[in-house]
Design a protein. Structure first.
Ligand SMILES: Cc1cc2nc3c(=O)[nH]c(=O)nc-3n(C[C@H](O)[C@H](O)[C@H](O)COP(=O)(O)OP(=O)(O)OC[C@H]3O[C@@H](n4cnc5c(N)ncnc54)[C@H](O)[C@@H]3O)c2cc1C
Length: 365
């Protein structure tokens, strides 16, 4: 109801906002949660749900790797507490598609092992024993056994239920277009009126047009295809693949289907599917798994990943105020959700951004 006061308002019910809302509710501070669309209808449910720190961090991103590893370790407990989020600790494969790609994939393994991660190098024959449906042309790859994946829609539903059960109130289809502060009260301007709150956490990912943020968010479009799985358990774990010419792609098993992704395109707010994008995704997948040729396409979609200029997360508290910004989760918001939910809740309630998130605070950046 517009005008009604909440202690905490969370703006944006995506991967970050839902994780924060649940944690705040668990600590006895159930927030009001606003979303311009339905909960999770931004990047969250467009995602593949991979929990893959080993293959996500680039060579120079050690702080991000540490944050991702810690967050991934929280998933078994989150799954036990939340219920069915489709959590599978399956491990993840990364394949070199051509002999010339082997040095790059090998170099990544050396980097991951140097960081203390368990990653196995597998030559073609050993790889095919684990992944019998990959093409005989694939020369080698690696396996990170500690990784996993979840079903983003399940995670969204469980987080909403858990937060609601503890008193959080959801306002869907309520875009917040402006936040003003008078004294110690924030006024959130929505289409049907103004909401009041004492603390505001803005985690809007790619913001709706018209909402001004004090930093720039770069939308990075990802196109995706869901196809029928040829048989149950046909794909035992997410498989990521790299080729210098064809680029990067992945196949991720879900209950009864397989997600093929994903492009990374800077096209502003345009959520279109394109001939080129789908062609790239399907050509790569067909190269890796020739048996998929006859698989039926079930669904196609595109989502916008929220990236900062430096492509790292961003945590910002306006000095002297109780207004927080959480953004820039880019390709890893599902993986980072536990750390972000728990860390931001501590930041808001205890005044301290946890050490693992500190490298991404605006002051630090
Ligand atoms: C194709 C694709 C594949 C991906 N795969 C993975 C993966 O395998 N693993 C992984 O960890 N991550 C993955 N990601 C990234 C992950 O989805 C994002 O990092 C994550 O969703 C970002 O969380 P967020 O809460 O910041 O933004 P979002 O999840 O986008 O949530 C932001 C919410 O804010 C709302 N909002 C915007 N403006 C307003 C406003 N003015 N008022 C109210 N509400 C507003 C939006 O409607 C949205 O629901 C993928 C993303 C894409 C697009």
């Amino acid at each position: 109801m517009p005008g009604k006061a909440a202690e905490v308002a969370v703006v944006g019910a995506g991967a970050a906002g839902l994780a924060i809302a649940w944690q705040l509710a668990k600590q006895g501070h159930p927030p009001y949660v606003f979303d311009a669309r339905g909960a999770g209808e931004g990047a969250m449910t467009a995602s593949a749900g991979m929990l893959s720190p080993a293959y996500e961090a680039e060579f120079e991103e050690l702080s991000l790797l540490r944050a991702m590893l810690t967050s991934r370790q929280r998933y078994p407990e989150w799954a036990a507490e939340l219920g069915d989020i489709g959590y599978r600790p399956s491990g993840t494969y990364e394949l070199a598609l051509m002999p010339e790609d082997v040095p790059y994939v090998q170099r990544r393994v050396a980097f991951e092992q140097a960081q203390g991660l368990t990653v196995e190098w597998l030559e073609g024959a050993a790889l095919r024993k684990r992944l019998p449906h990959i093409s005989p042309r694939i020369p080698a790859g690696s396996f990170a056994p500690d990784e996993g994946h979840i079903v983003p829609e399940y995670l969204r539903d469980r987080l909403v239920e858990a937060a609601q059960k503890l008193g959080a109130v959801f306002h869907s289809h309520t875009p917040i277009m402006r936040v003003e502060c008078t004294g110690s009260t924030y006024y959130l301007h929505g289409p049907a009126g103004v909401y009041e709150a004492e603390v505001v956490i803005l985690c809007v990912g790619v913001p709706t047009e018209g909402l001004e943020l004090p930093f720039r968010v770069y939308p990075v479009r990802g196109q995706m295809v869901a196809i029928e799985a040829p048989a149950p358990d046909w794909l035992p774990a997410p498989v990521r693949y790299f080729n210098r010419m064809m680029g990067y792609g992945y196949a991720v098993p879900k209950p009864g289907y397989i997600i093929l992704g994903g492009t990374a395109e800077e096209k502003g707010l345009d959520p279109s599917l394109t001939v080129g994008g789908l062609l790239d995704i399907l050509r790569r997948a067909y190269f890796v798994f020739p048996d998929l040729y006859e698989s039926r396409i079930l669904r196609t979609w595109a989502g916008l990943r929220p990236a900062t200029e430096a492509r790292v997360p961003l945590f910002y508290k306006v000095p002297g105020q109780r207004l927080y910004y959480v953004n820039g989760l880019y390709r890893n918001g599902i993986l980072l959700a536990p750390l972000v939910g728990e860390g931001v809740t501590r930041w808001v309630l205890e005044g301290q951004l946890p050490d693992l998130l500190h490298p991404f605070s605006v002051e630090r950046l």
